[in-house]
Design a protein around this ligand. Structure first.
Ligand code: DQA
Length: 152
């Protein structure tokens, strides 16, 4: 029998290593570790096994995406500013794709115009933004339904 499909890669891009030092009005003041701790709890509730990855290196992020299906059944991706201009990262996600949800803590639709653009358009199944950490919970719910993990 094949193993259950419940591995979800939660990927953060550039500047998330200093999340707690970014504008608290926009990003809430939490650290990436705190955010990941919350995500891990929500993941357990819906039968998902998360793995976390963050880098400030675009090349490393692309490399991770090139091998995504080997380590994950689905992905939650918050690539930070790369979202808006890195065609390289968009192309990399298309190399070895798994079902993916794009998440942003802030409401990128209602900030600067350049933040409305996403290189993941057409490559992700949904985009959740402007809901702070709860956006990851929503994304996990969507993935749990997609992978059929929630019912055990
Ligand atoms: C972000 C939104 C991006 O526009 C920004 O560059 C980030 C964080 C978010 O989670 O709201 O780094 O992805």
């Amino acid at each position: 029998m094949s193993r259950s499909q419940n591995r979800v890669a939660v990927l953060h891009g550039v500047n998330f290593d200093v999340l707690e030092r970014r504008d608290p009005e926009i990003y809430g003041g939490m650290s990436l570790s705190e955010l990941e701790y919350r995500i891990a709890g929500w993941a357990r509730e819906v039968g998902i096994e998360p793995t976390f990855y963050q880098t400030n290196s675009e090349a490393e992020f692309c490399g991770y995406l090139h091998r995504l299906s080997g380590s994950a059944d689905a992905a939650i991706i918050n690539a930070g500013a790369w979202t808006h201009y890195s065609y390289a990262i968009g192309d990399a996600l298309a190399v070895d794709p798994v079902p993916a949800i794009e998440v942003h803590l802030s409401d990128v639709e209602n900030r600067e115009d350049w933040r409305r653009v996403s290189v993941f358009n057409g490559l992700v199944e949904a985009r959740v933004c402007g809901k702070g950490p709860d956006g990851y919970r929503e994304a996990l719910g969507l993935i749990a339904t997609r992978l059929g993990t929630a019912g055990g």
